[in-house]
Write a protein that binds this ligand. Sequence first.
Ligand code: CA
Length: 357
Amino acid sequence: MKRRDFIKKAGIGGVAASSVAAPAIVSAKTKLKWKMVTTWPKNFPVLGTGANELARLITEMSDKRISVKVYGAGELVPAFEVFDAVSRGTAQMGHGAAYYWKGKIEEAQFFSTVPFGMNAQEMTAWLYHGGGMELWEETYAPFGVLPAAAGNTTVQMAGWFNKEINSVADLKGLKMRIPGLGGEVLRRAGGTPVNLPGGELFTSLKTGAIDATEWVGPYNDLAFGLYKAAKYYYYPGWHEPGTTLEAVINKKAFEALDKDLQSIVKNACRMVNQDMSTEFTAKNNAALDTLVNKYKVDVRKLPDDVLGKLKGLSEEVVTELAGKNEAAKKIYQSYDKFRKQVMAWHDISEKIYFNVR
Ligand code: CA
């Protein structure tokens, strides 16, 4: 190519330079510094440390061609501004959960968790092998953001209560910290859902400002000392049966990467997605043992009629969410079809095995 043609094609020196600028290809020798903003307190067990691990993996696997620095909630941007920060390129990456962005994208909630919905294994199966990931990418595309599943809490606990729950009537007037769709379900059951950041749970429960709170599971709940502030620890976490955590990546930053670096970023997310689930499983069983045997916590199952009531109301809430817009409907149809199919299979595999072993 003649120099003049090259200059013309590349737009160099011309007024059209900005509109025809070639994509910034990152050469193999370029050292990039990426910021990862998170919705978690810095180094928070599993959630925050999982984000640290994701950063470490990308940095190590790329031989520092991308060095990722992690910021806890509030360090660079507040927790609930992670998505926007990545969208506008303030940070190249973020780590959080899709239901935090429901004010902006209501249907994003399907990509984190749904009350009485799929568990961790089923969510990952839907996302990676059932069409979920394509829908998720489509959902975030208008914001210039690429999503990836990057962790899962596995089934959470129903929470810590200072009131016994023996019947549906006991939900009436129950003031409980429970965010999202689960909170709406509780409201319809006669309770008062409140949303509080994790750091305020202990004091609110201890002082009686709330009657109950959910958080995550034994390991994270033990870390907050919630057993010192409540009498009963109820299960199962009907409202969060397997919350997918997410990595969000600025699409322009991702597309500017060499193919091998793109693969490293995507596969590091995939590794962390699996690893956080297994870490929760390992740490939760040890923490449950401590709560029961060392701290003598009263661990109880929610009565069947209470779970039945919550399930009915959950169906109502989820169906309403599906009716909000065309995108929500499309995602719900894919989610629900997969859920029904996987339940039919798990009914004769995982579930029956759990019951007979
Ligand atoms: Ca929770």
